[in-house]
Design a protein around this ligand. Structure first.
Ligand code: NI
Length: 185
């Protein structure tokens, strides 16, 4: 397994729509394994394919031991009340903001073997699914922020982004780079 470089805000791949996976091949399984390795190296709890420069509709999640590889995931049900919590993103390091999302979601996807499954979740896991599926449609958590909060988040990013020439964030295997490990997805 390989730790892949993470693409950060400014790389156009983060704003692209992904392509549904036609068949879960060994190539897709390798991508999934590399994405898990990368997510753990970054001390994150979720990672989507565009964050490693790929356009397949794939994401991975590990929230407190609830581990999922999701191929072609879609939200089939979202139920209120909405809840607000702070989010961060491995592609926008050191920037955080409160995001309001439906509290409870049901997600349908294919697993690593191409077998369909459905999972219902709330709390951090439900939030993580929504954040990662957004990535697969070119959407980032900062898009949800109010005008003023978004402006302040982007100002913070202006101070950070020079650390990532070419919009690439390099990780070391097993490195713990996040000061808020439970909030970067
Ligand atoms: Ni993210």
């Amino acid at each position: 397994m390989t730790v892949l470089p993470i693409r950060v805000l400014g790389d156009p791949v983060l704003r692209e729509e992904t392509t549904p996976v036609a068949a879960v091949t060994d190539d897709i399984r390798r991508l999934i394994d590399d994405m898990f390795e990368t997510m753990y190296a970054a001390n994150g709890i979720g990672l989507a394919a565009p964050q490693v420069g790929r356009t397949e509709r794939v994401c991975v999640v590990d929230v407190e031991g609830a581990v999922y590889a999701l191929v072609n995931p879609e939200i089939v049900q979202a139920q209120g009340p909405k809840s607000k919590a702070e989010e961060g993103c491995l592609s926008i390091p050191d920037v955080y903001g409160d995001v309001e999302r439906p509290k409870h979601v049901t997600v349908r996807a294919l697993d690593r073997d191409g077998v369909p499954f459905e999972v219902s979740a709330e709390g951090l896991l439900g939030r993580c699914f929504q954040h990662e599926i957004d990535h697969l449609h070119g959407k980032l958590f900062i898009d949800y922020l109010s005008f003023l909060k978004r402006r302040s988040a982007l100002a913070r990013w202006e101070e950070e982004k020079d650390q990532y020439p070419g919009f690439i964030r390099h990780l070391k295997p097993g490195a713990h780079v996040s000061e808020h490990p439970d909030e970067e997805l």
